[in-house]
Design a protein around this ligand. Structure first.
Ligand SMILES: NCCCC[C@H](N)C(=O)NCC(=O)O
Length: 439
């Protein structure tokens, strides 16, 4: 069979580069409020919990919109969603630039979270439209990896502008940056040539969702994303820094250095995993299980370590936890290979909820476990003691176990479905040689 002419063409690379630019800009918008925490405290006269509300609103909006966004990507195509997302982020940052009360600031952040939620799923949806299958695992990894560099735009030029020009002009420049993302998507991104596989225009959202969810490969992707990604988010978004500084007694400067290992691991592990998945597509779940095993084992060692763990052990822990981010992209590869083209957006949205949902639950429960231990210990007890962290962070094992059970059950279902289609032969029935292997 000859491949379609548009696949892997110059146009494909242009579309990918433009959509990647729009995603990188979305990550900049996503991370900009986090680096403006002190200025936000002044501007809104806010307490720590009000400040945290801004992040929670954004995360809840992001996770809550993944499935509707996935359905809309399948209905309207990725281009409309990326341009729409950039427009919403532009409005959100403009509102935030002008906001002088917590309520108006939260409305701005709501728009930013909504626009951000529309971008990643759409960019991932473009890959099977424009590229041959063997390239997609690597491009998926590189998309995730380069997109995360948007965080550097927040950390360096945006922080500089904030100090140089103050709140309103700095956030207005972010609104202008979203305009660049909007123009890139409008001019250079295309949904590709029409194919016979496109659904009738008015297919019901419920039908798309049911079709995507019924496919065990989608649920395998969801549980893979859920289990691999959440420890990374929990560490980076909330509990890693206090655990290192207050629990393990590491200095703030060294703790920040340790957190930067996440960027290095993403850069190295992303392409390695992309190459491994492309070369051994039938071993994707085994790769994910191995990474989850390494994360669980290193957490167990650190939690059971008598006293404070040595720094080399903390480095090993962070390297393993950080590899969960790139490993989570395997979830999207399951979506691509198990689903028909017209539900890939919806299925990608479902999968992308996994890691963020697990992180939200874990962040909350770990905080609650720290609080109740402090209350139980009586007045004056330390909130962030090492022993309190040991118990609280052990909750991650519960989530990991739940995720692993989900992965095993859905993998077996996916294999059974494939066996019925003649695409998979169980190990026990495999004769040497040419039988389809496992997923
Ligand atoms: N190199 C790590 C990239 C992790 C990306 C992550 N798995 C993900 O799902 N991201 C969604 C997003 O919107 O950024």
């Amino acid at each position: 069979m000859t491949k379609a002419e548009h696949l892997d063409s110059v146009r494909s690379w242009v579309v990918w580069a433009a959509s990647l630019g729009a995603y990188l800009i979305a990550v900049t918008q996503r991370t900009s409020f986090g680096v403006a925490g002190l200025e936000a405290t002044d501007r809104f006269d806010a307490t720590a919990s009000i400040l945290a509300t801004f992040s929670v609103v954004q995360l809840v909006v992001y996770a809550g919109l993944q499935i509707p966004v996935g359905i809309l990507v399948d209905r309207w195509g990725p281009r409309a969603m990326i341009t729409g997302g950039a427009a919403l982020m532009m409005v959100g940052q403009f509102l935030l630039a002008m906001a002088d009360s917590v309520a108006s600031g939260l409305v701005g952040r709501f728009f930013v979270g909504a626009g951000d939620a529309m971008t990643f799923v759409s960019v991932i949806r473009l890959l099977p439209i424009w590229f041959s299958g063997y390239r997609i695992p690597m491009l998926t990894q590189v998309t995730g990896m380069i997109g995360q560099l948007g965080q550097l735009l927040s950390l360096i030029p945006f922080v500089a502008l904030l100090h140089l020009w103050s709140w309103t002009p700095a956030f207005l420049s972010l609104a202008a940056l979203s305009m660049v993302g909007f123009a890139l998507a409008l001019v250079l991104v295309s949904n590709g040539p029409r194919t016979d596989e496109e659904p009738p225009a008015r297919v019901k959202a419920r039908t798309l969702l049911a079709e995507a969810w019924r496919e065990p490969g989608t649920r395998l992707g969801f549980w893979t994303h859920f289990t691999t990604q959440f420890t990374t988010n929990v560490f980076l978004l909330t509990w890693g820094y206090p655990f290192l500084v207050s629990g393990q007694g590491i200095s703030p400067a060294v703790a920040s250095g340790l957190l930067s290992i996440f960027v290095v691991v993403a850069m190295v592990a992303g392409p390695l995993l992309g190459a491994a998945v492309a070369r051994y597509p039938h071993r994707r779940s085994a790769i994910a299980f191995n990474i989850i095993g390494m994360i669980a084992l290193t957490w167990l060692v650190v939690i059971l370590w008598p006293g404070r763990a040595p720094i080399w052990m903390l480095v090993i822990l962070i390297v393993c936890v950080a590899s969960g981010g790139p490993a989570s992209m395997i979830g999207f590869d399951f979506v691509r290979t198990f689903n028909p083209a017209h539900v890939i957006g919806t299925a990608t949205g479902i999968v992308n909820v996994g890691g963020f949902l697990a992180a939200l639950v874990t962040v909350y429960v770990v905080g609650w476990l720290l609080d109740i231990q402090q209350r139980a210990a009586g007045a004056g007890a330390e909130l962030y003691s090492l022993d309190a962290f040991r118990w609280a962070l052990s909750f991650q094992f519960v989530m990991m176990l739940g995720g692993i059970i989900g992965m095993v059950v859905t993998r077996n279902k996916a294999r059974r479905a494939m066996a019925l289609r003649g695409e998979y032969t169980p190990r026990s029935q495999r004769r040497q040689g040419n039988t389809p292997g496992n997923r």
